[in-house]
Write a protein that binds this ligand. Structure first.
Ligand SMILES: Cc1ncc(COP(=O)(O)O)c(C=O)c1O
Length: 413
């Protein structure tokens, strides 16, 4: 049994990039909500795929193509297991959460009629707002918003008020990429279902950090990105209940997703190919599968606990300093390891540039969530976000770099 410190050191060692020097300093990577780093096991999976099995899956009878097809299918099975979906054909590979949400907004949206309503919340990432706006325009339906309370949480009364028998789709994020709030998806889904709506979950900040069981949540659709959970960019997932995916029309069309084509029409391949037009990102899927193995090995319980510990530590340090304003809950309840903040007298962009000289990577801006920022009347924030390979030392370095930044602006530490 390894000690906590041994585990911490091992996880840091598994990620070659964490040994990089940035501006002559050890990298402190606190931008995990934007994208995570890749362990050696994932880098090896990409290399091995290309070295030993690269071919176009599904397209050829030759042995290498069979190898690629099998690896691609195994990746699908592994992702199914990771989120506890019932069938592998419920796992559709996409490019990222954004594409998954566009797919569902388009394909499920095609079944809506004028007068129907879609409900989202104002805390969503643009990827879970703009596709629904497009649908609203295309189908002349109404897009309604839920709003959080002063603790940044969406009360159930909002759902009770806004979700009605006109609501056909309710789309909600599992965790906010700005405030770190974790929504009670299971409870929300239960209410939406009771009202007859289908539930879409933006799991971009969920699946990487929270043990996710789509059947337990009873999500009808669940979207997430590989690159936010150790895999490369360009591979994402849309989970959908088989019975629903079978009923809705395809999104992208062309090669790979058809059964028969004649001059004027085509019939579609069964799931999952129906939603995977064109050559898939097989190496990305294989790498995502390696990431899933790695995460499973660590255990989501460990990840959740570690991120809670880091968040508690960071909030404690930040709360001790009166110049921090935190845009999110300051307690640990129903929140994950994403902390957005402002520092009196220092613009977040200046902060991000100055702490970069100390090797610290953090985010500044509106985090693709302008409606949320507008709602809380904030123009920009800094944001630190953790993954299990971060340490308390990373947080100490961040706090010390914040003091240095304030000194640059003429404030005492
Ligand atoms: C909550 C949330 N939804 C959606 C996205 C979009 O993810 P991607 O850019 O991988 O499509 C992000 C990315 O930060 C996110 O945090």
């Amino acid at each position: 049994m390894k000690s906590k410190l041994e585990l911490e050191n091992k996880y840091k060692r598994d990620f070659p990039i964490l040994k990089e020097k940035i501006n002559g300093k050890e990298l402190v990577y606190l931008d995990n909500a934007a994208t995570t780093q890749k362990p050696e096991a994932v880098l090896d999976a990409v290399y091995n795929y290309n070295k030993t099995m690269n071919a176009n899956p599904h397209r050829g009878a030759h042995s290498l193509s069979v190898r690629a097809t099998e690896a691609y299918q195994e990746a699908r099975d592994n992702v199914r297991d990771f989120i506890n979906a019932e069938h592998s054909k419920e796992i559709i590979f996409t490019r990222n959460t954004t594409e998954s949400l566009n797919l569902i907004a388009y394909s499920l949206g095609e079944t809506l009629n004028e007068g129907d309503e879609v409900v989202v919340s104002v805390i969503e990432h643009h990827s879970n707002i703009v596709p629904w706006q497009q649908l609203a325009k295309r189908k002349n339906i109404k897009l309604k918003f839920l709003y959080p309370d002063e603790n940044y949480k969406i009360p159930m009364t909002e759902l009770e008020e806004k979700i009605t028998d006109k609501t056909k789709i309710f789309s909600i994020s599992q965790m906010s990429n700005v405030t770190g709030v974790i929504n009670p998806i299971k409870e929300m889904a239960e209410y939406a279902h009771k009202m007859g709506a289908l539930v879409v979950v933006d799991g971009a900040q969920g699946a990487p950090h929270i043990k996710t069981d789509v059947r337990d949540l009873n999500a009808d659709f669940y979207a997430f990105s590989g690159h936010k959970m150790l895999a490369p960019m360009g591979i994402g997932v849309l989970y959908g209940k088989k019975v629903l995916l079978e009923q809705i029309p395809p999104f992208l069309t062309g090669g790979g997703m058809i059964e028969y084509v004649d001059e004027q029409s085509a019939s579609y391949a069964p799931l999952p190919e129906k939603f995977e037009a064109g050559t898939p990102n097989a190496e990305g899927a294989v790498a995502l599968s390696a990431a899933v193995d790695y995460l499973r090995d660590i255990g989501l319980d460990y990840i959740e606990e570690k991120e809670k510990e880091l968040t508690a530590y960071a909030l404690e340090k930040m709360n001790e300093l009166d110049f921090f304003e935190i845009a999110g809950p300051t307690d640990l309840e129903d929140r994950g390891g994403i902390i957005s903040f402002n520092i009196k007298g220092v613009h977040p962009h200046d902060l991000a540039s100055i702490v970069d000289t100390e090797g610290i990577a953090l985010r500044s801006g509106y985090h693709c969530a302008q409606p949320l920022m507008k709602y809380f009347d904030i123009s920009a924030t800094g944001r630190i976000s953790f993954y299990f390979y971060n340490t308390k030392k990373d947080i100490d370095k961040f706090i010390s770099a914040v003091h240095k930044t304030r000194e640059v602006f003429g404030y005492g530490s």
